[in-house]
Design a protein around this ligand. Sequence first.
Ligand code: GUN
Length: 299
Amino acid sequence: MIILNGKEVSEIENNKTAFFCDKFFNLKKRLPTLAVVLIGSDPASVTYVKGKKKACNAIGIKHVDFDFETINERNLRELVDKLNKNDEIDGILIQLPVSGFNDDFITSLINPEKDVDGFNAYNIGKMFIGNTAFLPCTPKGILHILDYYKISTEHKNVCIIGRSNIVGKPMAGLLMQKDRNATVTICHSGTPNLKEHLLISDIIISAAGSVNLIDASMIKKGCTIIDVGMNRIPDSSKKNGYRLVGDVNFESVKDKVYAITPVPGGVGPMTISMLMRNTVNAAFLRNYQFLPEHKYKWK
Ligand code: GUN
């Protein structure tokens, strides 16, 4: 059984991003810059944002922070408008969800050229029709993990559990493109026969947010599982009082799978890593109209 070590892959990708940051600094005499907007104090959002800023600092991306307890629509529009027009801001991250606003409204405010989350309808649409676009970070990170471990999706049955705009839908959109050539099924809370779909799947990508959703009786021997679940369960032995578990009962499936991502240390680190890459890419595209990976050779 192979443990798909997302932490290891993310470190490799972060080194590459740091190399591109250096190239950008040499050209522009400033660091690629990410505006980080946090509204409210949802504990998960606070943790994610902290992790993203830490990654910026480690890689060499400048972050400019905007923290609010609450914000009204007019002030939010004004803030994002200012960031959209500020030439020294390359990417804009507004941590979702924002209480009182639809995700869709928030993402529609961001200039697609600075939409490093890849959530804006323009970028999602471009991705779906097979054009280059900023890709949502979790699906993009999953593709990087599969590529690193040489797990092809060509002619495979891939079952995605979850239909969110952040993970499930874009993941399906990417895997159905000709270059990935997977046969994709999306299951969700309205799917009556999940097990039937899973039993014929070569690759399962679970983003349901449901502890112990999948056990050994539900999967095909030799399949690969990507566990996107980030479920917090109480654990008094931990300093913060909880631990993270995925959607998959790891102990149950571990001897039946070909490969699996652990939680934590699987998909999570890749999401942040891809946000960093998208930010550097945005800096190059906005200022120099090319992607660093097309110009600079790294290892
Ligand atoms: N909320 C949960 N995941 C994400 C993410 O990747 N980006 C943003 N902006 N909000 C999120």
